[in-house]
Design a protein around this ligand. Structure first.
Ligand code: NI
Length: 138
């Protein structure tokens, strides 16, 4: 843990009231925790914008009866073998499957993979959770 620095800053009263509400609603212990988290979120967003190395999870929902979809999903994931670290498949119902794919790499590469997965016929939903390898926060 780095050494802590103390700072004070000026803020308009209505904005302060909003901050207090967000701290309370977010179940943060205090303002400092909230502001630290907000800065980290911003740093992660910037790393994604600048196409830096990032970490993420792609969640897919698909109908495995859709023609050749299982094969196409496997083929596409092999095309991104350097980016995909692990994946988990869950059989939700007789038709539906969910797959969580953990990815690490350039933000643009991760987005390209997500888009390509999303575009396959039979994929009902694809969402990307964007995080950091930690470098963006150091
Ligand atoms: Ni399945």
């Amino acid at each position: 843990m780095s050494e802590l620095a103390r700072l004070s800053f000026s803020i308009e009263k209505p904005l302060l009231e909003r901050l207090e509400r967000m701290v309370a609603e977010g179940n943060y212990g205090n303002r400092s925790e909230f502001i630290r988290d907000m800065i980290r979120d911003r740093l992660v967003a910037e790393a994604w914008e600048k196409n830096e190395e990032a970490l993420g999870t792609v969640t897919l929902l698909f109908d495995h009866h859709s023609r050749n979809l299982s094969e196409k999903l496997i083929e596409l994931q092999h095309d991104f073998e350097g980016t995909i670290m692990a994946s988990t498949h869950v059989h939700l119902t007789h038709h539906l499957c969910a797959e969580m794919i953990m990815v690490r790499g350039r933000a643009g590469q991760i987005r390209a993979l997500t888009d390509a997965l999303h575009q396959l016929k039979g994929v009902l939903h694809a969402t990307l959770s964007m995080s950091s390898t930690g470098r963006a926060l150091a």
